[in-house]
Design a protein around this ligand. Structure first.
Ligand SMILES: [Zn+2]
Length: 309
């Protein structure tokens, strides 16, 4: 089955400032790593602008208005101290969320086996009415709710292996037993949420915090012993992945010690669950990852595993 790659040039035009770690160079690193003969079979598609009603499944109308009105005509405008908009940020954020919806539609229709969305700004810290941690709209949550509501599914899962906890996705899913969110992340670390005792309204939230300096062993143990069994019990009809690569050993923003092969491994494990429960349907999206070389190599390992099914 084909793997789709969704991206858009507009995602380069979100520029939070010269010193900001969430830079356009990140997307360049990812896309450069996905060039070459090993990725010739990727089917590349342009990410569309998201429809407002799809954003509104996750975000309050007043929040969507506030974000779009805050986009500056020149210079920068901060939504919070970490989350800064430039003139191109509105289109970038709408393409990022739009990529997820388009990828979900294509995979649900059987046009491809799975998809990776190489987009920015990232999304998993964005709450229903709050921008946070470089994130504007919660792309993966918008994609998950689109999968459920537009495709008549009941149970949709998001697995998040970014080094930071996806507080925004957790907040969006907390009250809904038919949405499952599982995360491995370093703790303590920004944003401070993600304790194992945070379980959602029906045990539908599952957090596996990892201590600073934890590596492959602890990561794989948490997946194998806790997250994958719970995901199997949930019987997902569609799986989305918040693929942040900042748990890599070389990442400057955190202190876990994963390597490229850990990203290949977790991807293969998630695809195996998807094969058993949802015809292999997986849509993954870029979240963090701030060492450009590690980011490119890790994204390449992830996409190679997606393409291997
Ligand atoms: Zn992160």
């Amino acid at each position: 089955m084909t793997t789709l790659l969704y991206t858009h040039l507009a995602c380069f035009e979100h520029d939070p400032g010269r010193m900001h770690p969430e830079s356009p160079a990140r997307l360049k690193a990812v896309l450069s790593a996905l060039e070459g003969p090993g990725f010739a079979a990727l089917e590349r598609r342009e990410a569309p602008l998201v429809e407002r009603a799809r954003l509104a499944r996750v975000h309050r109308e007043a929040y969507i208005d506030a974000v779009l009105q805050a986009v500056p005509e020149t210079g920068h405008a901060g939504l919070d101290p970490d989350t800064v908009l430039s003139p191109g940020s509105g289109a970038a954020a709408r393409r990022a969320a739009g990529a997820l919806c388009a990828a979900v539609d294509a995979v649900a229709a059987g046009e491809a086996g799975n998809a990776f969305c190489a987009v920015r700004p990232p999304g998993h810290h964005a709450e229903p009415s709050r921008a946070m941690g470089f994130c504007v709209f919660n792309n993966v949550a918008v994609g998950a709710l689109h999968a459920r509501d537009a495709h008549g599914l009941r149970r949709v899962a998001v697995v998040d292996f970014d080094v930071h906890h996806g507080n925004g996705t957790q907040a969006a899913f907390w009250d809904d037993a038919e949405l499952f969110y599982a995360s491995t992340h370093q703790m303590p670390l920004f944003p401070g949420t993600g304790g194992a005792e945070e379980r959602g309204v029906a045990g539908n939230i599952l957090n596996v915090p990892l201590a600073p300096m934890a590596g492959s062993l602890e990561f794989r143990h948490g997946l194998r012993e806790t997250i994958l069994p719970a995901l199997i019990r949930f019987e997902p009809q569609f799986i989305l992945v918040s693929a942040g690569f900042d748990a890599h050993e070389d990442d400057p923003l955190a202190g876990l010690r994963l390597h490229e092969d850990d990203y290949a491994w977790v991807t293969t494990e998630l695809l195996a669950v998807a094969r058993d429960f949802c015809d292999g349907r997986v849509v993954s999206t870029l979240e963090g990852g701030y060492n450009l070389q590690a980011l490119g190599a890790s994204a390449a390992a992830h996409v190679t595993a997606l393409m291997a099914v």
